[in-house]
Design a protein around this ligand. Structure first.
Ligand code: GLY
Length: 359
């Protein structure tokens, strides 16, 4: 299950190294309609070199829609069909170039096509680099249910180049940064403090890179110990029980938010719950809430929305039986897994969240 993760400032060379190393008969590249426009131009030197080194054999490009709404069984079928009609065999190689939507869907397409072909993820967003591309979770959504169908299938390699982040807008940068905050809370006071002090509004690739490398390694360490989420990996769900409910609620109310924004608000809620249930420090909780409020702003809702949020949490696939499952933190670096809360306790957390966020 161990994945190679490579940070590089020469993405063409890194792709060439891995395509040389992985035996394959045909090469396919999956883009979405954004990454074909913004990222493909950076890969042209590799594509030209590859095609001339392989007697002019074309690298077949597959393009899917660029929204999370496209992470569907229909898009998956399109990818399988493209692979099939362009001669992919069990020995073909797929390179997924994109954010989480592309690496999740492309990874699942590769994991299932002819019972599995090898694939490489080239993460082009901060969120993809720090979370989705790494760790072997692949899948697609089913209606409103996120990642409802999928498998554990590690990429042969995950390639991360901050050159792609130059085209990210600030909100997408913040979206990835929320998962970095989560890794900070899960790892150490020092790393968390570096993240809280980092001037995320004026980020640069150079200054972000050391924080990103550390953050990716936090995730890799967890995945190495528990690749199939039998125990410790549940720690990576911190912020996501509330977070997924917020994300779906926003989508249903036609005001969609980026995943990381929902996670940032979810982290605040789950740290409030951590304080109440397992003694997480209130100072730390306030400090993180302040960072989230200042950088992400608040999510606006009222107590009339609590029922809807509670219903969404009940459908979270992390639950077992009728209990709503939460990953909490007793202190920075010490997760407390498999906690549950009832409707009343969740309502109290939402009340405090609204207070802390000033809404
Ligand atoms: N995104 C959480 C995990 O990969 O387990």
């Amino acid at each position: 299950m161990e994945q190679q993760v490579v940070f590089t400032n020469n993405i063409c060379q890194a792709i060439e190294d891995f395509t040389n190393r992985i035996n394959h008969d045909r090469l396919f590249i999956l883009f979405d309609t954004s990454t074909i426009r913004l990222c493909m131009p950076l890969l042209v030197p590799f594509l030209n070199k590859y095609e001339s080194a392989h007697g002019g054999q074309k690298v077949h490009q597959i393009i899917i829609e660029a929204t999370d709404n496209a992470k569907t069984v229909e898009s998956l079928t399109e990818v399988w069909t493209e692979l099939s009609t362009h001669g992919a065999t069990r020995h073909s190689l797929l390179i997924n170039v994109g954010g989480g939507m592309v690496t999740d869907l492309g990874g699942f397409a590769a994991a299932t096509f002819k019972r599995g072909i090898r694939f490489i993820n080239v993460a082009t967003t901060l969120l993809g680099a720090v979370d989705a591309a790494v760790g072997g979770k692949t899948g697609v959504n089913l209606g409103n249910l996120k990642n409802e169908v999928g498998s554990f299938a590690p990429a042969d390699a995950v390639l991360i180049s901050t050159a792609f982040f130059e085209t990210l807008d600030h909100d997408n940068l913040l979206s990835g940064y929320a998962e970095m905050l989560k890794h900070g809370i899960l790892s150490s006071k020092q790393h968390l403090s570096d993240l809280l002090q980092y001037d995320v509004q004026h980020w640069t690739s150079d200054s972000l890179l050391p924080l990103l490398e550390y953050s990716v390694n936090v995730k890799r360490n967890v995945v190495r110990q528990d690749p199939y989420e039998q125990g410790l990996r549940k720690a990576l769900n911190l912020g996501h029980t509330f977070g997924h409910a917020f994300e779906t609620w926003c989508m249903q109310n036609r005001c969609p938010v980026l995943h990381g924004f929902a996670v940032a608000w979810g982290l605040v809620c789950e740290l409030i719950m951590s304080h109440q249930q397992v003694g997480f420090s209130s100072e730390m909780m306030y400090e993180i809430a302040r960072f989230v409020r200042d950088n992400y702003g608040p999510l606006h809702f009222t107590c009339d929305d609590y029922d809807a949020l509670f219903e969404l949490m009940k459908h979270d696939k992390k639950n077992e039986g009728d209990e709503i499952n939460f990953t909490l933190m007793s202190e920075i670096g010490t997760p407390a897994l498999n906690h549950s809360a009832d409707k009343e306790q969740i309502g109290v957390v939402l009340d405090i969240y609204r207070d802390l966020m000033g809404i």
